[in-house]
Ligand binder design. Structure first.
Ligand SMILES: Cc1cc2nc3c(=O)[nH]c(=O)nc-3n(C[C@H](O)[C@H](O)[C@H](O)COP(=O)(O)OP(=O)(O)OC[C@H]3O[C@@H](n4cnc5c(N)ncnc54)[C@H](O)[C@@H]3O)c2cc1C
Length: 415
């Protein structure tokens, strides 16, 4: 049996960033995963470090959009019919959190954390030699109808309140940024302060390498073996049992079951999502991620090719992939950009771990001394990994925190 100061369960982008922050503070830390570092949800995201996020994704308020989703004609969302009874309570809570006043409240509560997202990544990238992954070229969102553009008015007002710069563009303004796009949209918005990375998996691996260089150990083990051993926690690993007084749960979409087995029930659901890679025709290319507004997919340049990521799918986490959204996305993507052949031979699937109020849970696990939560990062796990790690590390040390962690307490769910 070995002992460390802290065990981090889950080596996704959130757990790895947290482990790195802890080891930087001189703690002995073990990072435990049943698979390889960064190979699950953190592997295949759109690579956007979205420090500009204002409103989280919302339940559709427009009956037309809702009908398109219900009739499975929407590219932005899909669902498994048989899953609806199971996910219904979560969806109702999500709809309640999507009321305009609640969205505005969420925007205010999450802003301090998001405002540090890019800087926290840059700090870790600088010391891990990973700066080559970073593009500080912003994010371009294109809108094919005036109506969809007008719907952004509240977001623009909020951006002004927060002092977040944006540029509302017409077609030619957008094409001057991304000349390969086809002029199928009248409106666009450029968010210059968003950043992106060319390989999210490579980035997590770079953070893990730095963790190891600073003395952190990475072990294979199943988090479900977690149990109390006196006043410590114990996890079984391939190298034997490991004890620590503090354990950080960063199991992404697998967190709910583990916590439930220790008596903590949290409303964590998954929004599944997919990606495929393509080549560009001729010399076409992109310098930054591009969102096709209402259609809800992103085309983002990656080392592996142009990655197209889908919107959300409500289905059991472990159900076989059903990437039907690509049937709806691809005609639109071909309209928008001169895509060439597929650059991969499989469709990747991940599951965004999501709370109905779209805020992660960062901090102590209620009623479970020594257990900490770094879960529920939904659409923003890459964005918020390093900021989350720093926050956890500061809280564990009892130091002043760089932002107020109160909005992220799991106690907000009651019970
Ligand atoms: C299509 C798509 C696009 C996205 N685009 C973006 C984006 O552009 N920007 C952004 O910020 N976010 C994006 N996201 C969201 C982001 O990818 C996630 O929020 C993030 O990856 C979650 O990271 P995590 O570390 O919490 O979970 P994970 O990366 O899933 O890590 C959890 C780890 O826990 C391990 N684990 C699970 N069970 C056990 C067990 N029993 N024992 C041991 N280990 C276990 C897993 O092996 C895994 O390594 C996107 C997501 C998707 C699906």
């Amino acid at each position: 049996m070995a002992r460390t100061d802290a065990i981090v369960l889950g080596a996704g982008t959130v757990g790895t960033s947290t482990a790195l922050h802890l080891v930087k503070r001189g703690l002995s830390v073990a990072l435990v995963d049943r698979g390889g570092v960064g190979e699950q949800t953190s592997f295949g995201n759109a690579g956007i470090i979205e420090g500009n996020t204002i409103f989280p994704p919302a339940f559709p308020s427009d009956i037309g959009a809702l009908m398109r989703i219900a009739l499975k004609q929407a590219s932005e969302a899909n669902y498994h019919l048989s899953f609806l009874p199971q996910i219904a309570p979560w969806l109702l809570a999500f709809r309640a959190a999507s009321a305009p006043a609640r969205l505005a409240e969420t925007a205010r509560l999450i802003r301090p954390l998001f405002s540090h997202a890019v800087a926290e990544h840059e700090a870790l990238m600088a010391e891990t030699g990973a700066t080559h992954f970073l593009r500080k070229t912003g994010w371009l969102k294109v809108y094919r109808t005036e109506k969809s553009f007008r719907a952004l008015r509240r977001e623009f007002d909020m951006a002004a309140q927060f002092g977040l710069p944006l540029q509302a563009l017409d077609t030619s303004g957008a094409l001057s940024l991304e000349p390969s796009l086809k002029p199928v949209f009248p409106r666009a918005v450029f968010w210059p302060q968003a950043a992106s990375v060319s390989n999210p998996y490579g980035l997590t691996r770079a953070y893990a390498a730095r963790f190891a260089a600073l003395g952190g150990i990475t072990l294979n083990g199943d988090a479900r073996s977690l149990h109390r051993n006196g006043n410590r926690w114990r996890v079984d690993t391939d190298e034997g049992a490991l004890d620590a007084p503090e354990v950080i749960v960063a199991l992404g979409p697998w967190s709910r079951e583990l916590l439930q087995s220790h008596g903590l029930r949290l409303p964590l659901a998954v929004k599944r999502g997919y990606h495929r890679h393509f080549r560009a025709q001729g010399n076409a290319g992109l310098s930054r991620p591009v969102l096709d507004g209402v259609a809800g997919y992103v085309i983002t340049p990656m080392e592996m090719g142009l990655r197209i990521t889908s919107g959300v799918e409500f289905a059991p986490r472990d159900a076989p992939p059903s990437p039907v959204q690509f049937d709806r996305i691809m005609p639109r993507a071909h309209e928008l950009f001169p895509l060439g052949e597929r650059a991969d031979d499989r469709t990747w699937m991940g599951a965004r771990p999501s709370f109905p109020d779209s805020r992660p849970a960062i901090g102590r696990a209620p009623g479970l001394p020594g257990l900490w939560l770094a879960i529920g990062h939904a659409h923003w796990g890459l964005t918020l990994g390093p900021a989350t790690g720093r926050l956890i590390a500061e809280m564990m040390a009892g130091d002043p925190t760089f932002i107020d962690p109160a909005p992220f307490r799991a106690e907000r769910f009651g019970g």
